[in-house]
Design a protein around this ligand. Structure first.
Ligand code: GDP
Ligand code: MG
Length: 371
């Protein structure tokens, strides 16, 4: 359909929805975030905001794939999706592991939690779930953002108290800001004798991350992944931030999601970890992601259990792709295999053309350099 919700338009431009609404207001139209506007209006707004608009013919092929109309009457709360970022060796992996184990539901057959690249834990206070994405970090985050997939609601920025703000810390801050995702700072390694949490706060200030004790709005928590100190508090702060964000979506519709990681498994074939973002993904669904398609043969939860379906904010391993898609690819459910083939063959063609274009582009710039 030649229409788009204000939220989706804002997402695609990496602009705030309020700014889009303000722009529409200037033109005399009152809108709320879930409203749908036509393509012409959307183009006008995008250009006003300084974006170049490309209305691709692909819309013929991709039409309705990511149906942007989320009927606001049919939404319900969903769990927040959190990405942990920070400088190498500051304790991202340790923290994710500690959070995962601190929270293995007691009484369950001793934590055979298999690694699927994303998992859920329950907030100790409310019992509400939080989804953590265990990405290798910035590269995947950037790739997803470049593809217009917004996967993260909150960034937990890990800074080692004995090392302070480092280049990749700054990178992470910039990523979070560009994506307009709120940051919660986890000052890690607080157990170390040379830990200087106050210095971390000061250094963060220099990068325009102002924590509460400095009069800002960014929450910081002193933690030790090693000693499991303050992990509950960190979860609580995430839950609180999530509440403010008031995250809602519709689970009664065909699934949409994003591929977190994918591989070719010897025994199981192509396996993709997918974060479902809208709707419900079910066994038997016909799916497309990037230039790959398939039929969901099995879904496996972060607990390693076979499940029949996965709803919004739930990470799940998907078996049944014909080939492994790429991290950052968006997944959609389509009506039938013919449609899936049409979409993926079109995309495969596009991919080849782009590759060819970038090679000839390179040649062009080389020639320029030589002349
Ligand atoms: P990553 O590169 O950010 O994923 O960092 P890792 O989780 O691999 O941790 C890097 C090193 O710091 C490892 O040797 C960890 O054992 C250590 N480490 C992580 N968290 C803590 C902590 O809270 N206290 C102490 N003392 N060491 C930690
Ligand atoms: Mg790591």
């Amino acid at each position: 359909p030649e229409a788009i919700t204000i939220q989706e338009l804002a997402n695609r431009m990496s602009e705030r929805a309020v700014d889009v609404i303000r722009m529409l207001m200037k033109q005399g139209a009152m809108h709320k975030i879930t409203d749908v506007i036509d393509a012409d209006t959307a183009q006008l707004i995008a250009e006003e905001l300084g974006h170049t608009v490309k209305r691709v013919a692909a819309s013929d092929v991709e039409e309705g794939l990511f149906d942007t109309v989320d009927d606001s009457t049919d939404t319900e709360p969903r769990s927040p999706v959190v990405t942990v970022m920070g400088h190498v060796d500051h304790g991202k992996t340790s923290l994710l592991d500690a959070l995962r184990h601190a929270n293995v539901v007691s009484g369950e057959a001793g934590g055979i939690t298999q690694h699927i690249g994303a998992y859920q834990v329950s907030s100790p206070e409310t019992g509400k779930k939080i989804t953590f994405i265990d990405t290798p970090g910035h590269a995947a985050f950037t790739a997803m953002r470049a593809r217009g997939a917004k996967v993260t609601d909150i960034v937990v920025l890990v800074v080692a108290a004995d090392d302070g703000v480092m280049p990749q810390t700054v990178e992470a801050i910039n990523h979070a800001k560009a994506a307009r995702v709120p940051i919660i700072v986890a000052i890690n390694k607080i157990d170390k004798p040379d830990a200087k949490p106050e210095r971390v706060r000061t250094e963060l200030l220099q990068h325009e991350v102002q924590v509460e004790s400095f009069g800002g709005e960014v929450v910081d928590v002193e933690v030790s992944a090693k000693n499991k100190t303050n992990l509950d508090k960190l979860l609580e702060m995430i839950a609180l931030q999530a509440e403010i964000l008031d995250l809602k979506t519709n689970s009664h519709r065909p699934a949409e999601g994003t591929v977190i990681e994918a591989k070719l498994d010897r025994g199981r074939g192509p396996v993709a970890t997918v974060l479902v973002q809208r709707g419900t993904l079910r066994v038997g669904d016909i799916i497309v992601a990037g230039a790959e398609m398939g039929r969901v043969r099995a879904l496996i939860s972060d607990q390693g259990e076979t499940v029949q379906e996965a709803g919004p904010s739930v990470p799940v391993e998907v078996l049944g792709f014909n080939g492994p898609p790429e991290a950052g690819d968006r997944l959609a459910v389509v009506e039938n295999e013919a449609r899936a083939r049409q979409i993926t063959s079109y995309r495969a063609h596009q991919k080849r053309e782009n590759a060819a274009a970038s090679i000839s582009g390179m040649r062009g710039s080389l020639e320029q350099m030589m002349s």
